[in-house]
Design a binder for this molecule. Structure first.
Ligand SMILES: Nc1ncnc2c1ncn2[C@@H]1O[C@H](COP(=O)(O)OP(=O)(O)OP(=O)(O)O)[C@@H](O)[C@H]1O
Ligand SMILES: [Mg+2]
Length: 335
């Protein structure tokens, strides 16, 4: 059972299948559950002249896994920092697990976008230290194992690779057996294998009944993980829903991808709504795949065109349709 029974000293037994002993132990009396894990209303936050968050409203129900997706500078981190109690709002209200962000902190686990580690401490020591700050004792070795750091308990944090530090910061976010887990770009800097392992852990945390709120730039990460994606742009929520529902709203738009030289000027082909070069591939967005494929077929054999693939719409197309810009680059469409 999760650690929600007020006054109970029964240790939490989560991460079923990873061992028989509890990972966390505490004798804390915890507040009663609130229906909403996060309730943000009309949040505004500026830094001098920069309006980072502009009337942003967002609720996250208990047990949801929500991803904030948006380009650089959209206001994602600022929003999370207010939820984490690290910044005060200029206007609007924020409740976390039914409490003020400051009072909710004990029940919230946070992986900051950039966080410093005590470089002289070993991984085991820093996990134990953080857990004790929250009033927990912790099986650090199991938490290290769960976050892909098995065998590194005795390593000083200063001697970890960039990806290992990111994993340790994820482990630190779990030190207090949190009800709400906030992860600001948890997989940035991780190799593809580590990214998939982190996805598996995020899913596991969700299956245990925890609420997760994360940010990502990776379209495929938001699509793969989140039950609800909230697209944020220029400090506001511009769309939200399940990835499938958001994509379905676009209708039949597809992306035709083709290997071609940069000078092939495929943006002018019949039926192409938007064309962009990614690596050595052109990505042609269209609502009329037949017209584009016909035009491409006529030019196949010329100018080194080959390797044509057709892909259905993604959340990138949702962002493009709503803002006229690409999520990754922030650039305007070429159409
Ligand atoms: N401490 C700060 N002082 C001044 N401006 C800031 C500060 N932090 C953020 N900003 C500005 O506020 C806006 C929102 O930044 P924020 O970090 O919340 O965006 P983000 O969506 O998390 O971006 P990214 O995807 O790059 O992490 C940006 O224009 C940024 O330059
Ligand atoms: Mg950020």
């Amino acid at each position: 059972m999760p650690f929600s029974t007020a006054g109970s000293a029964t240790p939490a037994v989560r991460f079923a299948g990873t061992g028989h002993q509890a990972l966390w132990q505490t004798a804390d009396v915890l507040p009663p559950a609130a229906p909403l894990a996060v309730d943000i209303r009309d949040l505004r936050k500026s830094y001098g002249d920069v309006e980072a968050v502009r009337d942003l409203s967002l609720t996250v129900a208990r047990g949801e896994l929500v991803a904030l997706l948006g380009p650089n500078g959209a206001g994602k981190t600022t929003t999370l920092e207010v939820v984490e109690g690290l910044r005060d709002p200029d206007a609007g209200s924020v409740r976390v697990l039914g409490l003020s962000p400051q009072r909710a902190r004990r029940r919230v686990g946070v992986q900051l976008q950039e966080g410093a580690l005590y470089e002289e401490l070993t991984c085991r020591e820093i996990l134990g230290f953080f857990a004790r700050l929250y009033g927990y004792s912790l099986d650090a070795e199991r938490l290290l194992q769960l976050t892909g750091l098995a065998g590194l308990g005795g390593r000083r944090t200063g001697g970890l690779s960039g990806g290992q530090k990111r994993r340790l910061q994820l482990a630190l976010a779990l030190c207090n057996d949190p009800d709400l887990v906030i992860l600001d770009e948890p997989t940035t800097g991780l190799d593809p294998q580590s990214r998939r392992e982190t996805w598996a852990l995020v899913r596991q945390l969700h299956e245990e009944g925890r609420t997760l709120l994360l940010t990502t730039h990776y379209i495929e990460e938001a699509e793969a993980l989140a039950s609800r994606v909230v697209i944020v742009d220029q400090g506001q929520v511009i769309a939200q829903g399940s990835p499938a529902a958001l994509i379905a709203e676009l209708g039949g738009a597809v992306t035709v991808s083709v290997l071609a030289p940069a000078g092939a000027a495929l943006g002018t082909l019949a039926g192409v709504d938007d064309a962009a070069m990614e690596g050595d591939r052109w990505r042609l967005r269209t609502g009329d795949a037949g017209a584009v494929l016909t035009a491409l077929t006529a030019r196949l054999g010329q100018a080194g065109l080959r390797g044509v693939t057709v892909q259905g719409p993604t959340l990138e197309d949702v962002f493009l349709a709503r803002t006229g810009r690409h999520i990754a680059t922030g650039t305007e469409t070429a159409a």
